[in-house]
Design a protein around this ligand. Sequence first.
Ligand SMILES: [Fe+2]
Length: 487
Amino acid sequence: MSEQIGIVTWINGPVVRARGSRHVGMLELVEVGEERLVGEVIGLDGDIITAQVYEETSGMRTGAPIFGTGLPLSVELGPGLLKSIFDGVQRPLPLIQMESGSFIGRGMRLDPLYRKDRWRFTPKVKEGDTVIGGAILALSVLPVLRRPEVVKPILILLAASVVVIAGLGAAASLEPNLVPSVPEPGSPLAWSVLVVGLGFYALLGVRALRTYLLTHRVADLVVVVGLVWLASALVASLLLGYWNLGWWLGHGFEIAGIALVGIPVAADLLRTNPSRPLVGDLRGADLVASEEAFLGSQVRSLMVALANKDEYTEEHTRRVALRAVQVGEELGLTTARQRSLAVGGLLHDIGKLRCPDEILKKPGPLTDDEYAVVREHAEAGRKLLKELGGFGEPVLRLVQGHHERLDGSGYPYGLREAQLDLDTRILAVCDVYDALRSTRVYRDAWSHERAVALLRGAADTEFDSRCVEALERVLAREHSGDLAVAV
Ligand SMILES: [Fe+2]
């Protein structure tokens, strides 16, 4: 039965850290807090236990107890947000979902499921299948697979695939009959494998193309071309024999296609700077930094691309994210909403990737047409993040709505007070404050007093006065405590 294994020392949304006093295993089912919220151990480092909690953690405090059960989560899966759990590797999630729906409310318990089969996983695609490359790539578009806690199982799966393929290759050189032969060119089996494989590539190709249309990055276009080449290689290898020149050309396309898809990803990883530490408000800064780390290399690389386009943007977005989190905390928002504010703050101007440089960096006033192009960035940002996947509706709403104003004078939709949530109002105020305090190509930075005076003057017409006042309090505390934020 469950026994206390430690004390919670840190809570960030669903992720909880505890200092442990007795042995606990990776992926062990744990119960957190007096309410016994269900979670599992996703990290062990000395006596620090990191657990992912599958129930809403609002209201939980540090100092709460954490209990170990000695059971893997798969046998006693109880309440939790099943939609946010990836179970492709260890657990038969679809089966559980069939019984409980995609959302299980807090406090609801399920009977243990499939105790005997707890670690069995039957992949839909067999190792060695021609479509395996496409299948793994297709899985990568699932945002949930980009969460840090699933990286390790995926790496293990990849390493196992490499070992199996190498093992089969070695075995085949000794005893060719051990390895099943590839389908006869043009046979019904070859055609069905081809149809499945092309389906995967089509799915990826459409997504990659839409990403490119939104980012206009050459690297994203290269991925599209690489996917087309990989798809043509599949056609050649399944419909032609090795006596055809096309079969050999197809293999060349395959290698080139892998390079075209892999190189931009590697370049993204290399180009992505680790997030610059923010000092000052450590809690807010921690939250922003940890959310930034969750974004994944492609999104962070887009942030770097935007910073290269307009160097003002990079530090601006981090400052806005930090301010928005601080104001959110000041106004008593839940940690989950503060996390959305952090991500929304970091990515609010990502749609500017589509703005031509001559408009973004224009030193003088913009013409009406140019301003119309700039105004598109709010909606473009929402579309881009939706396309990339992994961002919840609150973040999308923040990105789309950060230029809306209470009196309907904002853009893109001229929304009014009743249609703007508090989070969007917070981001709007923090964005404007930081923009005014920054030196721009067309004007000098404003003083703190002048920027605050402008916000106060527009409080309750354009901006929410609660947000303006909360921002003032945050800034006043920072100045009085001499906690200048160095970013
Ligand atoms: Fe903006």
